[in-house]
Write a protein that binds this ligand. Structure first.
Ligand code: GLU
Length: 439
């Protein structure tokens, strides 16, 4: 079976850091294993699902460079759910229940008062056909529960969490369909995973108990149970992920100049035993991907760490990775000379302007700059001109360090700091440098 994964957000908002991380890890796994990445929109909540959110999710995945091999939406799959429900009903694995929310709440309170776990008592299973008919005659509509097999413990050999067991007797039979006929998340997700040929379900640890229950649903539907990988959750040192971090999709990172590759390198390795470090492409992240590297403990997200990684990554990005995004005229030589001064990619325009001008030279020591001009005109231009020029000036002026270099930098770039002068001077060229020295 080809590795097939799905990323299954609800289009009820934009993606948050936790979703993005799930998507990225699914993607890295697929890149490593040569599988397929599918998008599933969990849009059964018609009131909260919106098409612009679905669009936002697709755009975010595209920005990350994730290739979506196919898309399904739950709202279009109701017939498949109805068919599976019919089978489960025929097999006695789902049953109708008539308790109102209020009645269920009362049962819970009584159980808790008696010190018992609030597990649904399966009273509805005992209803006779006549009793059900009477309830329906009262105008009650049933909701449906999946009947857990309590004869054996539920076991998951999770790729991240390891061996996980749960006792079905400690859980309520999950409600799978509401009174109005709409479906809750639990069962449709399993039906989708079967129909979409999902080999690995990769999602947050908060779904671990759902997965235990879902293993029984796969079995009840006569399907193999996929492999599971439950990722430890994302937290910040302060506790909660901030609202802003938590709800804006990739726009939040785009605004800060974060590169897609930085976000992948960061979220793909956060909470793993691999170092978080700059990469030149996706390849090292995908090649080194292994479930065994993921920690079971929460991963801590830090905005500062991400920003720092982004900066380091920019400083290492090869020309080929950025060529199509660069402003006209920037050669490989120029990129390599300037990239080390980027805080964000967009800064490249400003740095390039230091080369092409216009710049306003700052000449604070006219006599020294005049001397520097004379020295420069006496030398043959070449790639090592900066070294020969400043060596000569050092000897003739007795200056060194800042006293020697700063007036030159100010005259040539108009700024007190910036890219390596040797590279800048080479890029600006003889005529340009001389023009700036003359103000
Ligand atoms: N829509 C669910 C969520 O976002 C999907 C969980 C899953 O991956 O099955 O939590």
């Amino acid at each position: 079976m080809t590795t097939t994964v799905r990323f299954a957000p609800s289009p009820t908002g934009y993606l948050h850091a936790g979703n993005l991380r799930t998507a990225i890890i699914n993607w890295l796994f697929v890149c490593q294993s040569g599988g397929r990445f599918l998008l599933r929109l969990d849009d059964t909540d018609a009131a909260r699902s919106r098409e612009d959110y679905a669009e936002g999710i697709r755009a975010d995945l595209a920005w990350l460079g994730i290739t979506v091999a196919g898309e399904e939406r739950q709202s279009a799959r109701l017939a498949a759910y109805d068919a599976a429900m019919a089978k489960l009903e025929a097999d006695g694995r789902v049953y109708p229940c008539y308790e109102s929310a209020h009645e269920l709440e009362m049962k819970r309170k009584i159980q808790l008062g008696q010190g018992k776990p609030p597990v649904y008592d399966r009273a509805a299973l005992a209803l006779s056909t006549t009793e059900r008919a009477a309830l329906e005659a009262e105008g009650r509509r049933p909701h449906w529960r999946f009947k857990l097999d309590t004869s054996k413990r539920m076991v998951i050999e999770d790729l991240v969490q390891g061996h996980v067991e749960a006792d079905p007797a400690s859980l309520s039979d999950p409600i799978v369909r509401r009174e109005d006929g709409s479906y809750l998340y639990m069962l449709p997700s399993v039906i989708d995973d079967i129909d979409m040929g999902i080999s690995h379900v990769v999602r947050g640890q908060d779904h671990l108990t759902n997965s235990a229950v879902q293993t029984q649903m796969f079995e009840a539907l006569g399907a193999p149970v996929p492999a599971f990988a439950h990722l430890a959750l994302l937290a910040t040192r302060e506790g909660e992920l901030s609202k802003r971090l938590g709800s804006a999709g990739v726009a939040f990172y785009q605004e800060q100049g974060i590169e897609p590759l930085s976000l992948i390198a960061y979220l793909g390795r956060l909470g793993t035993s691999d170092p978080i470090e700059p990469v030149e492409s996706l390849a090292p992240l995908a090649d080194g991907f292994a479930w065994s590297k993921f920690n079971k403990a929460n991963a801590f997200f830090s905005q500062d760490e991400l920003a720092l990684l982004n900066q380091k990554l920019l400083h290492h990005l090869p020309f080929a990775a950025v060529a199509t995004r660069l402003p006209d005229g920037i050669t490989e030589d120029a990129w390599l000379a300037l990239r080390g001064n980027l805080t964000r990619f967009d800064d490249i325009g400003g740095l390039w302007q230091l080369v092409t001008g216009p710049v306003t030279p700052v000449i604070e020591e006219a006599a020294f700059i005049a001397q520097a001009t004379t020295t420069l005109t006496s030398l043959a231009w070449g790639d090592d001109i900066w070294k020969r020029w400043t060596d000569a000036l050092k000897a003739s002026s007795g200056r060194s360090g800042k006293a020697l270099f700063m007036p030159l930098r100010l005259a040539i770039t108009g700024q007190a700091s910036g890219p390596d002068m040797s590279a800048l001077v080479r890029l600006i060229g003889r005529e340009g440098v001389l023009a700036r020295l003359q103000g």
